[in-house]
Design a protein around this ligand. Structure first.
Ligand code: NAD
Length: 479
């Protein structure tokens, strides 16, 4: 059994209580590591270290901050294979996905914000006799809390801009997938971050996470996770005036118009639905298809989905690996049962997959397409966050917009059409923070990321991701 530790004040250490949690490998169901079951006392140590480091780090020349971030990016590149293997083992995702998506994007987060740190600027507006400028000052120690689905990628998407902006950080990765955050802690020491600048606390959300969010020394909370927990954080910090960035759940629409390049769309729509076992907040889990091509496109989607291979994450031929935990597997299978009870017709999948050999006890589920449900039923309203997508017909553009927007969420959407004017019209009218036209999950870090409605607030990108971690002060000089 491997033993993970917290990173506090530049040192790797156990929880003060000595208590641990265990984490299993989803593909085998076997426990393979223990992690600190941190509590308020560990959080106190970490916040104290972050407070101590803040004056030095916030005053450091931006080149120095950039050097540390760039060095960390280089170390992620150097350790790409070992990090990818760890991410795959920890989360159940295919190794090739961790190797081509999670770890390269985590590396890119540090590289991007290393550059951004040296380019960060603020506005100045001068009129005769008067100079007005905006000071953007780092907030202080901030909390970065992340979920299990893209463990290192989402954690670094928070840590990197916070550090670049001059804040010190106490990060809490998901207790479900702690391994690459533990590796990151060791790499941060190697990269030369001064003690206390980056602290990583492991443990459960209700104990370590809540203690961190509510610690008075924490000036901002950047949280990615469920809408339920995000709402709890917003409630518990109300009146403390902490800045909040909440990136929450989704129920994203894929919209396929009859005039789309259906050959391209069929592959990408399936990829959008089932990548990472459907456990990406951006997955298109409601597939809206124009009625005139509904039956033909449905048949192609089913055939393409049935061709996906569910298997050992270590095998290059596996398109889908295991779901992240037994509890999540049970939740997703219960959602499929609910869809059946609501009158849904399971077109393919819907059952566990038994993978022979070392993965015989893993949590594998066949990618599932469901037809025949209303847009308003629970299956089409609540986030499932697994390899389950529903099909819904629509008549025309207005109908497509109405169905796509008819959920409490508003994270992302992808739209397939050859009509450029239609693409722009639809993008404008969709209630979503991110819209992809004839593509899915293409990301430029300079654009805002995040959702509207119940999918979150504090959507930022590029510079703004750094600005979130600063306090803007307006200064006026009359001369
Ligand atoms: P979760 O909300 O259960 O947990 C997320 C993180 O919050 C974990 O680190 C957890 O330990 C911590 N946490 C739990 N309770 C807490 C509390 N009371 N106080 C402080 N921290 C607490 O989410 P999850 O199950 O890990 O992740 C899946 C969810 O994340 C899905 O809803 C998915 O849509 C969402 N998600 C959103 C985005 C986005 O960018 N919008 C990206 C990825 C995942």
């Amino acid at each position: 059994m491997e033993h993970l530790q917290n990173l506090i004040d530049g040192q790797l250490r156990d929880a003060l209580s000595g208590r641990t949690l265990t984490t299993p490998e989803p593909a085998t169901g076997l426990d393979y590591a223990t992690l600190p079951d941190s509590d308020a006392e560990d959080v106190q140590l970490a916040v104290t270290a972050a407070q101590r480091a803040f004056p030095m780090w916030s005053a450091a020349p931006s080149e120095q901050r950039a050097r540390c971030l760039r060095r960390l990016a280089e170390l992620l590149e150097r350790d790409l294979d070992v990090l990818a293997a760890a991410e795959s083992r920890d989360s159940g995702k295919p190794l090739h996905v961790a190797r081509t998506v999670d770890i390269p994007r985590a590396r890119h987060n540090f590289a991007f914000f290393a550059d951004a740190a040296t380019q960060f600027a603020s506005e100045s507006h001068s009129v005769p006799g008067q100079l007005n400028y905006t000071l953007r000052q780092p907030l202080g120690p901030v909390a970065c809390i992340s979920p299990w689905n893209l463990p290192l990628y989402l954690l670094t998407w928070k840590i990197a801009p916070a550090l670049a902006a001059g804040c010190t950080v106490v990060a809490k990765p998901s207790e479900v997938t702690p391994y690459t955050a533990w590796m990151l802690g060791k790499l941060a020491i190697e990269a030369g971050f001064p003690p206390g600048v980056l602290n990583i606390i492991h443990g459960g959300g209700e104990k370590a996470g809540a203690a961190l969010v509510n610690h008075p020394g924490i000036k901002a909370v950047s949280f990615t996770g469920s809408t339920r927990v995000g709402a709890g954080i917003a409630a518990s910090t109300a009146g403390t005036w902490k800045k909040l960035s909440l990136e929450l759940g989704g129920k994203n629409a894929t919209v396929v118009f009859a005039d789309a390049d259906l050959d391209v769309a069929v592959n990408e729509v399936v990829r959008a639905a089932f990548s990472n076992q459907g456990q990406i907040c951006l997955c298109g889990s409601r597939i809206l298809i124009q009625a005139s091509v509904y039956d033909a496109f449905k048949a192609r989607l089913v055939a393409r989905t049935q061709a996906l291979r569910v298997g050992d994450p270590n095998e290059a031929t596996s398109d889908l690996g295991a779901l992240v935990s037994q509890a999540h597997f049970q939740k997703v299978t219960a959602c499929i049962e609910r869809a059946r009870a609501e009158g849904g017709q399971v077109l393919c999948g819907g059952t566990p997959v038994r993978v022979e050999g070392r993965c015989a006890a893993g949590w594998f589920l066949a990618p599932t397409l469901i037809d025949g449900l209303s847009a308003t039923c629970a299956t089409n309203q609540k986030e499932i966050f697994g390899p389950v997508a529903t099909l819904l017909p629509f008549v025309d553009e207005d109908d497509a917009i109405a169905v796509a927007n008819a959920t409490p969420y508003g994270l992302a959407a992808n739209v397939w059409t050859r009509d450029v004017s239609r693409a722009h019209r639809v993008a404008e009218r969709l209630q979503a923070g991110i819209v992809w036209l004839n593509c899915w999950m293409v990301r430029d870090l300079r654009t805002p990321f995040g959702g509207v409605k119940a999918s979150g607030v504090g959507r930022e990108g590029g510079w703004e991701a750094m600005r979130f971690f600063t306090e803007a002060k307006s200064v006026t000089l009359v001369y």
